[in-house]
Design a protein around this ligand. Sequence first.
Ligand code: MTE
Length: 319
Amino acid sequence: MLIRKAPDILPSQITSKSNYLNRRAFMQAGGALGAAAIAGPALGAMVPAGDRAKIENVAKSRFSTGERANSYEDITTYNNYYEFGTGKGDPVDNAEDFEARPWSITVDGEADITGTFDFDDFIKPFAVEERIYRMRCVEAWSMVIPWVGISLADVVKRFKPNSKAKYVAFETLEDKQRMPGQRSRVLDWPYREGLTIAEATHPLAILAIGLYGEVLPNQNGAPIRLVVPWKYGFKGIKGIVRMRFVETMPQTSWNMSAPHEYGFYANVNPNVDHPRWSQARERRIGAGLFADKIPTRMFNGYEDEVASLYTGLDLRKNF
Ligand code: MTE
């Protein structure tokens, strides 16, 4: 699973005894499922291939769209990642030297299994799939992206959230040295996002670790980011270091920044406009300067799969 030689371990990466014991419980609890995953669609073994490391044994998924995917170039040069600047071209330029290894993810809150896990240990038990998904940004542009990821439902279940857990909150790394955009106060750092447990355990929700069969580029959220294709792109938090199971709706970055413009749910909805622009249509990146905008679909075209999550919820109020 080693992608490239890990630099020296930082003191912050050394696991405390209680975390170590929790981690052992996590690995033991994972034994049976882990074996099933290896026998099934295969665990992703990563092999270095020049600068861009390939992820091996990636299974296809019935959840992929047949739409033409955007080019690697489109997906990796037109980004939103404010930790590396607010311009679309800033992340590819400014994240080039970011080291996404070693990396650890802390799981805490209302769950039986908690602790701090090295990234490789965190993903090891899970089957790796390619998911070709539409991505609709709240700014009214879209792409089709062939992610490589693991099922968020499998991850959530592995940590055994207890009956108090109603939401999962996510946080990005906070490090002004490594993420120069955090020196600006454009957002209240760290970047935060969240889902209900029902959303997080929906089969379409994944944690992406790659794209186009290769390890996730820094500008797309290396080493691990959330992908929820029926929601606006800003829900897809990058560079995740913490997952916390909580009882009440967590604060989320864009909602904190402009609550009248960005809600917690952020489901793609062509019938509810952003206060400053229409959400009825979208510009497909890479379609060419003179291409017509295309109609935006309810839940980004995943209505059949996800509408039942929101039965009885007023989507105008809960935007
Ligand atoms: N995650 C973090 N940590 N910081 C960010 O600024 N931007 C969000 C989301 N995740 C963002 C983030 C927004 S607004 C979008 S549209 C998507 O990432 C863009 O993902 P992409 O650059 O891989 O297309």
